[in-house]
Design a protein around this ligand. Structure first.
Ligand code: AMP
Length: 186
């Protein structure tokens, strides 16, 4: 469950919530807790969450984490693992600013690490590739500053609860996936 994906879908659909979130997302800031908590609380009530779920990009602040704990405990659930993918800032800027995705099927690419066969065209469906507004370099740097200020304190928060699992986030997708699997299975 990716809050970023859900917010981007709301922006694309032009819903009232999307309109409220759009500007702050473009600048790389955080959408208000009220908006994000509303969509997460609703999503966690869906049937496909009964057996468990993975959250991506949420919580991003201590106050979101506190509310998440209440939401889960109200339905007798609890977090089992918090995965922290550790990657140096310069590498993150290179990864995000080269990221592209298909405007139709959503397939992801990277201009250097996983380029399409033809410039700006999706290998899978032939549609045009686009860059996320907030993947432009100056916005990425702002997102990293917001992360340091508002999200990084969550590491301490979850470490004190014995839930934090730091993962080296450098290497191939397959290597990182193996590291995550090992942590979840141990
Ligand atoms: P992401 O796809 O996770 O990088 O999220 C893209 C953007 O959506 C972020 O830069 C924020 O503007 C917004 N967003 C996503 N998740 C959250 C969250 N948990 N709290 C506040 N804003 C969020």
């Amino acid at each position: 469950i990716s809050t970023g994906d859900m917010l981007r879908a709301a922006v694309k659909a032009g819903t009232q919530l999307g309109l409220r979130a759009q500007q702050v997302m473009q600048s790389g800031g955080l959408v208000s807790d009220e908006i994000v908590l509303g969509i997460v609380e609703q999503r966690l009530q869906e049937q496909d969450c009964v057996a468990g779920f993975v959250l991506d990009g949420f919580p991003r602040t201590i106050s979101q984490a506190d509310v998440l704990e209440t939401i889960l405990s109200n339905s007798s659930r609890a977090i089992q693992h918090v995965l922290s993918l550790e990657v140096a800032s310069d590498e993150l800027v290179a990864r995000l600013s080269g990221r592209r995705s298909c405007s139709v099927c959503g397939k992801g690419y990277h201009l250097v690490f996983d380029p399409p066969l033809r410039d700006d065209v999706c290998n899978a469906c032939g549609s045009v590739l686009i860059q996320r507004e907030d993947d432009r370099e100056d916005t990425v740097r702002n997102r990293l500053a917001v992360y340091e200020q508002q999200t990084a304190p969550l590491k301490e928060y979850y470490m004190s609860k014995g839930l934090l699992r730091p993962i080296v986030g450098v290497g191939s997708i397959a290597e990182i996936q193996q590291r995550i699997k090992k942590v979840l299975e141990s």
